[in-house]
Design a binder for this molecule. Structure first.
Ligand code: COA
Ligand code: ZN
Length: 305
């Protein structure tokens, strides 16, 4: 049996949170229903954030109340304890918290200092343990911050060590603005895998400099088997100027398939989700391999799983 790679589909959250086109709740619901049929094991449905800060994510609690009955792990991003409680009360048992590596990114993203943010992470992970909620801790701007520039590897290793003492379900190294390169990824992820094992580590890449899929490859080489991605390569952070889309789910699925790794993704279903996204956004969406995959996916994928 092929080795498994876990893909967490984040199009309904990271994909939509910075779009100039605001999808209706009904469209977001249809997107979730479509993505739930693509075979991804994990799906981030939105975030429980201030609707003033991110109007694109308003109403996520309503989406949480009508999740498709697929055997998926549904998650949501939360920025603070209030978000944690709202998501928990909406039945979300896996939550993502975004902890930025720099002072200024935390201030701009969640209006907290670096110290306050790390203290908040500890509070949320502790509370989550007693409420049976899994926390995926995101270490954002892990390679470069849009406000403070390059982040040193030793800073990330020290912050990762601090966050791992909390024993989160997962630590996700996030290249929020897409500034990582394969050598830096391989070095960082190899160090982290050596220290903590690959099981609770994941990577989240953006494709700003066309290195998204190269960075996924570098992380695979370092032993990482869990990745975030967005159908169609949609994505961006409203508080990280210059961030382009997430690495595309179809590109990761295609890379893994050709490397003999199994994501479980049904490419025909994923292409349908991307078509739906294009319709909702009003412009064609798609990662680097999308154009080719539309006509040729059966050359590398079996026609059904
Ligand atoms: N969900 C919904 N509303 C929230 C909230 C949450 N998680 N946290 C706070 N609020 C509300 C408060 O109730 C308050 O509402 P009111 O004005 O009606 O009284 C208002 O937001 C301000 O609360 P405060 O605690 O002072 O927040 P803030 O103004 O310092 O903003 C955040 C902090 C975190 C709520 C806001 O910056 C945010 O939502 N950021 C989202 C970041 C994000 O999604 N980034 C992209 C992904 S990494
Ligand atoms: Zn992102």
């Amino acid at each position: 049996m092929a080795e498994r790679v876990i893909v967490k589909e984040v199009a309904p959250r990271d994909g939509l949170q910075a779009q100039p086109v605001h999808l209706s709740l009904e469209q977001r619901q249809r997107l979730i229903e479509s993505l739930a049929k693509t075979g991804v094991p994990e799906l981030e449905i939105g975030s429980f954030v201030s609707p003033k800060a991110v109007p694109q994510m308003a109403g996520t609690e309503q989406l949480a109340s009508q999740l498709p009955a697929q055997p998926l792990i549904y998650s949501a991003l939360v920025p603070n304890m209030k978000g944690f409680e709202l998501a928990r009360d909406a039945g979300i048992k896996t939550q993502a918290i975004a902890i930025s590596a720099t002072e200024q990114m935390n201030q701009n993203n969640i209006r907290k200092s670096l110290t306050e943010t790390f203290a908040m992470a500890a509070d949320i992970v502790k509370r989550a343990a007693s409420d049976s909620v899994d926390i995926h801790v995101y270490l954002a701007v892990a390679f470069e911050c849009p406000y403070e520039g390059r982040v040193a590897l030793r800073t990330i290793l020290a912050q990762a060590a601090e966050l791992m003492t909390l024993n989160p379900a997962r630590l996700v190294i996030a290249d929020t603005i897409g500034a990582a390169d394969p050598a830096a990824v391989k070095e960082m992820m190899s160090e982290l895998v050596a220290a903590y094992g690959a099981e609770r580590l994941a990577c989240h890449f953006h494709d700003t400099r066309a290195l998204g899929i190269a960075n996924v490859y570098a992380a695979l080489e370092a032993g990482i088997r869990q990745f975030d991605s967005s159908a169609g390569g949609l994505g961006g952070c409203p508080f990280a100027p210059g961030a382009k889309g997430n690495v595309a789910t179809e590109d990761i699925a295609s890379l893994c398939q050709q490397m003999g790794l199994d994501t479980g993704i049904d490419m025909a279903a994923l292409l349908e989700s991307i078509a739906l996204l294009s319709e909702f956004i009003g412009a064609p969406q798609g990662g680097r391999s999308h154009y080719w995959l539309v006509k040729n996916w059966q050359k590398i994928f079996a026609s059904s799983h």
